[in-house]
Design a protein around this ligand. Structure first.
Ligand code: IPD
Ligand code: CA
Ligand code: CA
Length: 263
């Protein structure tokens, strides 16, 4: 397998970072600070990031790294690691048991994410995929759902932290989807939304305003599970472009037409 060494290492460090998250979850020692009123960060996000960043740098000194809380490593090599040390900080800080570590590795030669690892330490669920190799949950192969009718589909979405200040805050799109589907979930973790789609728990997902570290890992897990991941206009997904629509492939056209409909 072409990306085996990278995948194995990403799995190993995701599990260790998961232990850091578990140690801080619902702990009185976890300190919350505010990047803005709605955008939180904790000492645990930072501890997890420091661990992941130092580990990757040591193991692959010629790889680049972009991590959410500011760690950067700019190298010439093929691979770029997008690291979210704690996806769903709001859930985590409120004691809501739904958060994860998310890592996506992008190849500058292929212009694609080639490996993704998302680890939910509380439920001990490790999702992973490498291009061409399929997608796995705790070692078992996973596949997207078969739902072909949006009317019996469960979708997930999310809203940007600066939802009070920006026009593109996803409420208009939410209003369009809600009456048409079985349900829309706002679970609070973009990476796990994508993994839940990959293993058939939900059927579709869309969200604007995300960053590469939110989407990169989960995007390839969906693709390798047989799903489709694109921009809202169906162009090829790009982790650096702040827009994602992902589905089991069967309801993709319908989701795109709803997203782009007037009113
Ligand atoms: C957030 C989560 C959430 C999404 C937000 C993200 P964070 O990531 O993925 O589901 O709706 O837009 O910023 O900040 O908790 O790592
Ligand atoms: Ca995130
Ligand atoms: Ca985060």
């Amino acid at each position: 397998m072409a990306f085996q060494k990278i995948e194995e290492f990403a799995v190993e460090i995701s599990r260790k970072a998961g232990d850091i998250l578990l140690k801080g979850f619902r702990s009185k020692d976890t300190e919350i600070s505010y990047k803005s009123r709605t955008d939180l960060v904790t000492n645990i996000d930072r501890e997890s990031e420091e661990f992941l960043y130092n580990s990757i740098k040591k193991k692959f000194p010629d790889h680049s790294i972009v991590a959410e809380e500011g760690s950067r490593e700019d190298r010439e090599g093929e691979f770029l690691w997008y690291v979210d040390p704690l996806d769903a900080t709001n859930n985590f800080a409120h004691g809501i048991p739904f958060f994860c570590v998310s890592i996506g590795i992008y190849s500058r030669q292929l212009n694609k994410v080639v490996t993704g690892v998302v680890f939910d330490p509380l439920h001990n669920e490790l999702f992973k995929a490498s291009r061409g190799e399929g997608a796995f949950l705790n070692g078992g192969k996973i596949h997207v759902s078969q739902a072909g009718d949006i009317g019996i589909s469960i979708l997930a979405t999310g809203f940007p932290y600066n939802k009070a200040d920006v026009k593109n805050n996803n409420l208009a799109e939410f209003n369009k989807f809600l009456p048409l589907v079985q349900g829309v979930r706002r679970l609070g973790s973009a990476a796990l939304d994508l993994c839940y789609l990959a293993c058939g728990r939900i059927d579709g997902y869309w969200e604007p305003g995300l960053k590469p570290w939110d989407m990169a890992g989960g995007s390839i897990i969906v693709e390798e599970a047989g799903g489709l991941v694109t921009k809202y206009n169906k162009d090829e997904f790009d982790p650096a472009f702040p827009q994602i629509i992902a589905s089991n492939a069967r309801i993709h056209e319908k989701m795109i037409s709803v997203l782009n409909s007037q009113g």
